[in-house]
Design a protein. Structure first.
Length: 176
């Protein structure tokens, strides 16, 4: 089966690589725990809850590592410099206004990261203060991707309601 290429920002790829390093460290710890559990004598091995717990943790860890490896190996970095500053694409910080209530929100459009933006990325980019990350595959991200300033975009929220936002500003960021 052919892997699907996943576009992402440089910090997203670095975060995925850090996660893999963390998983490798955790697997090393689990190996040591298994060695300790197996050092018990054969009379208690059949009832070794510690070894069974380590095996279960290893299975979960392997699954998470497989997903992270897939992200890293299928990643292609977005070329921010080729972006058109008039159009929203991945790597843009976008200020939005919700039409129905006037609330404003600042978002960073990403390929893989949703929610909180890593502190080291925010520290390097003042424009990310108070912003949240949304992916291009999210309802809001998909709705605003390709839009320009002053355009409106509508999307469905989990409750089924339709929300409409107006694009207030677009700014491209430079990433490491």
């Amino acid at each position: 089966m052919e892997k699907k290429v996943k576009q992402m920002l440089p910090f997203e790829l670095e975060d995925a690589k850090k996660l893999l390093d963390h998983y490798a460290d955790r697997q090393s710890d689990l190996s040591k725990e298994m060695g300790n559990a197996m050092s018990q004598n054969s009379e208690t091995w059949h009832d070794n809850a510690v070894a069974e717990a380590v095996m279960q943790d290893s299975i979960v860890l392997a699954d998470m590592a497989e997903r992270a490896i897939d992200i890293v190996t299928s990643a292609t970095l977005v070329d921010i410099e080729k972006g058109n500053s008039d159009t929203i694409t991945m790597g843009c910080v976008v200020e939005l206004e919700y039409i129905d209530d006037g609330l404003e929100q600042k978002v960073l459009l990403t390929g893989n990261t949703a929610g909180e933006i890593p502190d080291d990325v925010v520290e390097d980019n003042d424009d990310l203060a108070d912003a949240i990350a949304i992916t291009t595959s999210s309802p809001l991200g998909g709705a605003i991707n390709g839009k320009t300033i002053e355009e409106e975009a509508s999307f469905a929220v989990p409750s089924g309601d339709i929300k409409t936002v107006k694009i207030i500003s677009i700014k491209y960021l430079e990433f490491l």
